[in-house]
Each structure stands twice: as structure tokens, then as C-alpha cells.
Design a protein around this ligand. Sequence first.
Ligand code: ZN
Length: 547
Amino acid sequence: MKLLPLSCVLHALSIVHAFRYDHLVEHVNSHQDQYVQALREWVSVESDSSDVSKRAELHRMMEMTADKLRAMGGNVTLVDIGEQQLPNGEMLALPKVVTAQFISDPLKTTVCVYGHVDVQPGKLEDGWATEPYNLTEINGNMHGRGTSDNKAPVLAWIHAVEAYQALNIELPVNVKFIIEGMEETGSNGLDAMVVAQRDTFLLDVDYIIISDCGWLSLRPALTYGTRGNCYFSAEIEGAKQDLHSGVYGGTVIEPMTDLIGILDTLISPSGKILIPGIREAVDPLTDEEWKTYQDIEFDMENYKNKLGVTELMYNNKVDLLAHMWRYPTVSIHGIEGAFSAPGTKTVIPAKVAAKFSIRQVPSMDPEVVKKQVTEYLEAAFARRKSPNKLKVTMMIGAKPWLANTQHVLYEAGKKAVKRVFNVEPDMIREGGTIPVARTFQDVTGKGIIMMPIGGFDDGMHSQNEKISRYNYLEGTKLFIAYLHEVSQIQKSRRPDSQHQLTLLTHVDMVGLHAFLSQSTLFVEKGAVCTRPPRMTVESSASFPAVP
Ligand SMILES: [Zn+2]
């Protein structure tokens, strides 16, 4: 008789173990008030990474995260990622990154959950209906800055692990965490940490899971792509000081007129990007993509109403979704140095700088975009024959990310969604940018999935941000189910991690340095956000108990 190797026997035994999903669900339901209380405590910390005066709170938030994971028996480290330089030259300590590990069984798959616990600014006077840092539940929606982005999803992952522990059910996979505190200002220091830990903390990781986005509708979704972001400043300088328009108007060539003139050459009224080379670089829409978009649940009228607009750039679902996710776009954000206060100041500003960005897509390279935009604007400016000076700078060059939806991770994701919600998930992309996804992909070569639990109307980055109690709890169940489904991915179907490692060891240090210098986000004045403010959607008065 032939004996099976021990690992096969153990593997078979682990499959035989029935998945006690119902017990875990019961546990989540009966502990919901504790989960809400945990969220209340986290939301009360003003961990705004863009406001340097709040840095102590941010450090405290990282400590709280570490304490929570430590209390659960995790092997926790607070990783020092150095300092950031402020515009005035001062150096300020970055919040440490929390890494944690639960069980370490070489026979099991290892997943690493990425999340962040820093938040966007939130002030009552910005138009919040409730105190932003005091979790307030109204009709099943829990309002507070950082609820949906990203504190509740991080807690849901922690509670998913905790539920297995509480019921003495062995975790089906090894679970690791990487929780950072600078995501909202460009994940300063994280790229270098990921590179540094590639052969240590990340070495045995098979898959990376990110839950830092939202659904598109009431239907649960899996996200398989994000756009990148090339953020520019175009500065035009004229006279040595601001001038009186009555005294000097008509005698000088005004920087603002030049600036508006060149900005107007970027994009046509119908949304066509006019910079040569950009549209040509985009992959054509495939029939398969068209079909995917066609099948997605998306109500155009609802979308218009939420935004408070009467017309959209495209009047069919497929075009609209395609331009939200898989085509690049130009947005003009503001003009520094321009008169913007109330009143009627008659000034000719001496120096103005426009801020605009291009959300770019997988076949576009930020370095190429930088060259295309700079040359194009310089040529447009030259045609004006202006004596003023133009300076174009790319401040952020964050790359897009795209996953293969046929990957085993997505198959497991669909099964988990089906188990918890009894529907097939929408397969969606994200118009915004989550730069760390591309970093993980480039540095580790591991499979990555984005598994959102936020609602489509959570108002991330906006006033009255919220997550519903429903999404928070069902999201926790989704993560519980997902850990099980990932454990069911047979070793034979896992991408050959050994092969990937071999590939990676051939990436020389020059390559890594090149990667780092390319992907480092240049965040000027500390407040540029690498993700767009989500649709400013008025928070709905109530969220249905069940979608
Ligand atoms: Zn986020």
C-alpha cells in the first residue's frame, strides 16, 4: 500500500473540518454593540494625517491599533518609517506602520490585510450635520469621519479574526496585517517599507487583501482595478508683484489670462482629452468588458439625482462606467494665487498656479504623461508669445492597478459574497487611486484583491461620512467567509509563488531604487490627496436594513 505524504493527509483533514459559518454569524450578531463601541472609540481619535498639528493623535491611533491586535495574541510590530519634511523645512516623525501576524502554519495559505486608520479632515463648520469625531447613529447609519474610510473595514477584519478565536475555531489561513497612518496624504514612507520587508514580513504572504473602497450600488462588489493619478501644477509668473487693474490693466500681459488660455487646451467640452498621445495610449474597450459593464447594476437617474446634476457626459451606462474607470480624464482643481475671497478686489495677480490632474489608466506611464503634458502646455504657451514665465511640475505620479478577475482570489471572493449576501457580486473598478495596490503588485508579485464593504453613498472624504450598521456587520461576516474560501484554494491552483520569488530575486537593487524613485509620491504642501473626494453625496436619511 502506498502511503500518502503527511502534508496531504493534514490537508485532507482540514477540508473535512466543517466550516462553522452559522456559529460565527451568531457570534457577530450577538457582539454587534461591542463592534460599534470599538468603532466609536476609533472615530473619536482625530487621526487626520494632513494636519500636522494632529500628529500626536495619529501616533495615538497607531498605538491603539497595535494594542488591539496585541490583546488578541497577534505578533505585533510598530515599524518606524522615518520622518517627513514639512514645507518650512522642519522634520516630523511619520506615524509608525502596524504589522501583525496571527498563527504561522507553513501548511496554510497566508493572507495579508492592508488598511489605514488615518482620516481626511472633518469639521462641523464644513457642513456636517453631526460632530465628525463623535460616532452618531441615525436610522442605521453610523456617521463620523473615517467610519467607511477606513476604520470600520479595518475593525471588521480584526473582528473577523477575533470571532474565530472566540469560538475556538482555528483560523483557516495565516493572517497578517499592515495598517498604516498616512494613506490620505499619499502613503508617505510605505513604499520603502514594503520594499524593505519584501524578503521578511511579506515573504510567506500568498495573497494581499485591500478593503479601502466602496460598492457601486446596494449590490456587493469586488474591485479589480483603480486609475492612477498624475497631478500637475502649471505656474505662470509675470510682474514682480500684484498690480492694480485700473492703473496697470491694459499695459501688461496678465499671467491669469495666459493660464486660463493654456488650461482651456487640455480637454474639450465633450470630455475629449486634447493632449496628443494620451487617448492613443488607452487600450480599446473589449466586447467582454462591454458585457461586464452592461451587466452591472447601475441606475443613471439615481446617479444624477445623488450628484444634483441634470445631465451627464454620457447618457448610457456602459460609456459612463467606462469613463469612470477605464478611460483617463482631466480635472482642473484650482488656481493658487488667484483672488478667491468674497468681494470685488481689482487685482492682477503676479503669479498664479493651476492645479490639475489626469487620472490615468493601465497602459499609460506617469513618466510619459509628464513629458506629454509638459511639452503640450509649453507649446500652447509659446503660441501666445507671452513674455511671462511658465513652469510645469508633476507633483504626484501614482500608477494605476488592474487585476485578473479570473484569478483564484476573485473566485473565492465570489463564493464568499454568495454565501453572505446570496447574490453574485458586481465586478467593478475604482475611478480613484489606491497607490499601495500597485506597489504591492510591483514589489511582491503576489495576487491582490480589493474587497470593499463600504456603501455606495458613504460619502468618503465628504461631509457626513458614514457606514451603515448593516454593511459593518455583514462586512465582518464577509471577511469571515472569505478567510474560509481562501483556505479552500488548493495549493495546486495557487500561482507558483516559488517562481514569483525567483523572478523577484532577479530584480536588482538598481531596479528597486528606480521603482522607488518612480513611485514615490511628491506631495507638496502636505495636503494634496491622492484620491479624489468621493462624489459629494448627501447622506441618505436612512439605509435599508437589507438591500
Ligand atoms: Zn481609504
